[in-house]
Ligand binder design. Structure first.
Ligand SMILES: Nc1ncnc2c1ncn2[C@@H]1O[C@H](COP(=O)(O)OP(=O)(O)OP(=O)(O)O)[C@@H](O)[C@H]1O
Length: 307
């Protein structure tokens, strides 16, 4: 296999195997319109403080798997078999009301296009503070204070200014920071980042990934990182699952899966990836030093202006 991924620094796999926060067993998701199972027999554990990568070609079932962990499968899709256990509790048959209690507080998510998750006619800070008010039951004043603190924590400069701004006034990277703040407001133990940096340019992508790792460490969260970008997964994740046509074809430590893939499909993904300049992510960077973002001033300037 190509040596490119071999050069990717990656965090060590979590050694101890405590009680998993999330346990997925034989998960099958059925598409009622098409009469087909789009995810079949998927099973994995997510441990405390672990970063797990989910890779696979477009349409392989990554997003639907994640949505089933949040209780937000699209209309016409349902978990048909198997189970999802969160913090030791089987949530597979949860009602919408039960899901809404744990979504945000136990498990949260950020997706690819942040603007579609924010209301363009309400200042972004107000939208984050609503999370504190409605779900966190804080007063208006407390909610605003907490929101400003969070906007600062996600490295938005001038949080007071950003608080009152609308989506059209912010860059993609800034919007994703706002969404991260919103997702973390209720201090979930698990965060799913589904192609969360895919729409961003390379420099901003690296900055957002840095931020996710920083927050993951600071808050002791577990992360599920869905990405078509194996370089991102290699640098962030200690374990990787490979999905193909709705089934896991391979899973294991990052070293096992990406550096010595056993399945032909994984080998194909790795070799295709290497064709597209994996090196640009890897040279001189790496999670070992916890610095994914390019630090050279010239490249910093090429990205968004974070306020
Ligand atoms: N809302 C939907 N309506 C109809 N089909 C859907 C819907 N969402 C997903 N699918 C189908 O289910 C299958 C799995 O989709 P899913 O979005 O989970 O794949 P994915 O691996 O996340 O792909 P991508 O990387 O392109 O996001 C695909 O065949 C897809 O076309």
């Amino acid at each position: 296999m190509s040596t490119n991924l071999l050069q990717a620094p990656h965090p060590p796999a979590v050694e101890s195997r405590p009680e998993p926060l999330l346990s997925v067993r034989d998960l099958t998701i059925h598409n009622q319109f098409a009469g087909t199972d789009v995810v079949r027999g998927v099973g994995f554990d997510l441990n405390r403080g672990e970063i797990l990568g989910l890779v696979g070609e477009s349409g392989s079932g990554k997003t639907l798997t994640c949505r089933s962990l949040l209780g937000i499968l699209p209309r016409g899709f349902a978990v048909d078999a198997g189970s999802v256990e969160l913090f030791g509790e089987d949530v597979t048959g949860y009602s919408n009301k039960e899901w809404s209690k744990i979504r945000g507080t136990s498990i949260s998510a950020i997706f690819q296009d942040p603007s579609s998750y924010l209301n363009p006619s309400i200042p972004v800070g107000k939208q984050v503070s609503e999370v504190f008010r409605v779900k966190g039951k804080l007063s208006r004043r407390e909610a605003k204070t907490q929101t400003l603190e969070l906007l600062r924590a996600v490295h938005l400069r001038e949080p007071e200014l950003v608080y009152g701004q609308y989506t059209h006034e912010l860059s993609g990277g800034m919007l994703q920071r706002v969404l991260i703040a919103s997702a973390l407001a209720l201090e979930p133990k698990i965060l799913i980042a589904d192609e969360a940096t895919t729409a961003l340019d390379v420099t901003v992508q690296a900055e957002i990934l840095d931020l996710l790792v920083e927050l993951q460490e600071a808050k002791g969260m577990s992360l599920i990182v869905v990405s078509h970008d194996l370089a991102v997964v290699a640098q962030l994740c200690s374990r990787v699952l490979v999905l193909k046509s709705g089934e896991i074809v391979e899973q294991g430590t990052t070293a096992e899966v990406l550096y010595s893939p056993r399945h032909e499909y994984t080998r194909l993904l790795v070799s295709e990836h290497n064709l597209y300049g994996l090196d640009r992510f890897i040279a001189g960077q790496g999670l070992a030093g916890q610095g994914l973002a390019q630090k050279e001033p010239a490249e910093k300037g090429a990205g968004e202006h974070v306020h």
